[in-house]
Design a binder for this molecule. Structure first.
Ligand code: MF3
Ligand code: CO
Ligand code: CO
Length: 286
């Protein structure tokens, strides 16, 4: 078995510069992105009350290996699972466990696969049974916020424009944008420059006003947009396991993630669902 950690001489290193990719690189990302998206598609009917998050993870691991791909997360900085599963008030990087899903739980499932050296990184929200109205509204708003961010991407727009679009949707609905985690450059590396923050501006109690960089987007840049939106305050607490991030006020949190590439006039979404299951409540378009 091959893990992402088995670096070879060809494995690029993070340089700090934002990489510009060539047309053939888009093909590589499309393949990897389609596989990670179809993995999430496969989970749509599987997630239900009564199963454990470890069972979901096992399913994903099997799906990835059967597809001849490699999980990017197994072995990544000591992480041992094919998914992150972030339940209810977990913001991100929830670890699959023997916890049994119950009716009304909402969760983000995040999968990253490597195909021919390219990383497809995507996540969606899933429901166990029927979510409460408020939870559904948070999930739908988070999807809309991610898409609003994606829709401003084109050469000449800035990273701050992405954050502004996301923040407007999230805060407009009365929710808050998590500041401690961001999207990232993606491609042959899992996490590359730039950091893609999901806000334009906020005031930190100690450090004062924080603004997203005005870095200009250029054709050929690849990155993720993966906003985490909280029902309550944006503040994060880390659990002792070193991975799980939860809302400090224990309010619900939601997240969606796409990997995208900047094109001449806009962007291409590499991780679009082949079954049109990107958007909750996941009824395919007729
Ligand atoms: N897929 C996550 C992201 O969106 C990263 C998970 S790293 C892991 O960037 F080690 F926690 F799996
Ligand atoms: Co990511
Ligand atoms: Co991810």
């Amino acid at each position: 078995m091959q893990y992402a950690i088995d670096a070879t001489d060809e494995t690029p290193v993070r340089s700090g510069d934002i990489r510009i990719h060539q047309p053939e690189d888009f093909d590589g990302m499309k393949k990897a992105g389609a596989l990670s998206a179809s993995c999430l598609d496969m989970l749509t009917d599987y997630v239900a009350p009564g199963i454990t998050t470890a069972q979901i993870d096992a399913r994903v691991r099997e799906f990835v290996l059967d597809s001849g791909a490699v999980s990017a997360t197994i072995g990544y900085r000591g992480y041992r699972h094919a998914t992150c599963i972030s339940l209810n008030h977990v913001i991100c990087h929830g670890i699959p466990s023997e916890k049994v899903l119950k009716n009304g739980d909402i969760m983000n499932i995040d999968v990253t696969v490597i195909v021919d050296g390219w990383h497809g990184d995507t996540s969606r929200m899933f429901f166990a049974g029927e979510p409460k109205v408020k939870a559904r509204r948070l999930v739908e708003t988070t999807y809309d916020a991610m898409m609003a961010g994606i829709n401003v991407v084109k050469p000449g727009a800035t990273l701050r424009d992405i954050g502004a679009a996301i923040q407007k949707i999230a805060e407009g609905a009365g929710f808050s944008v998590v500041r401690d985690f961001c999207g990232h450059g993606v491609g042959r590396l899992f996490h590359d420059a730039p950091n893609v923050v999901h806000y334009a501006e906020y005031r930190d109690r100690f450090a004062g006003v924080q603004r997203a960089p005005l870095t200009e987007l250029k054709e050929g840049m690849f990155f993720t947009i993966e906003p985490m939106i909280n029902e309550g305050k944006p503040d994060v607490r880390m659990m002792k396991d070193g991975w799980t991030a939860v809302t400090r006020d224990k309010s619900l949190s939601a997240q969606f993630e796409h990997s995208i590439g900047v094109t001449k006039n806009g962007c291409e979404i590499f991780t679009k669902s082949p079954k049109d299951l990107d958007r909750p409540p996941y009824a395919p378009a007729k």
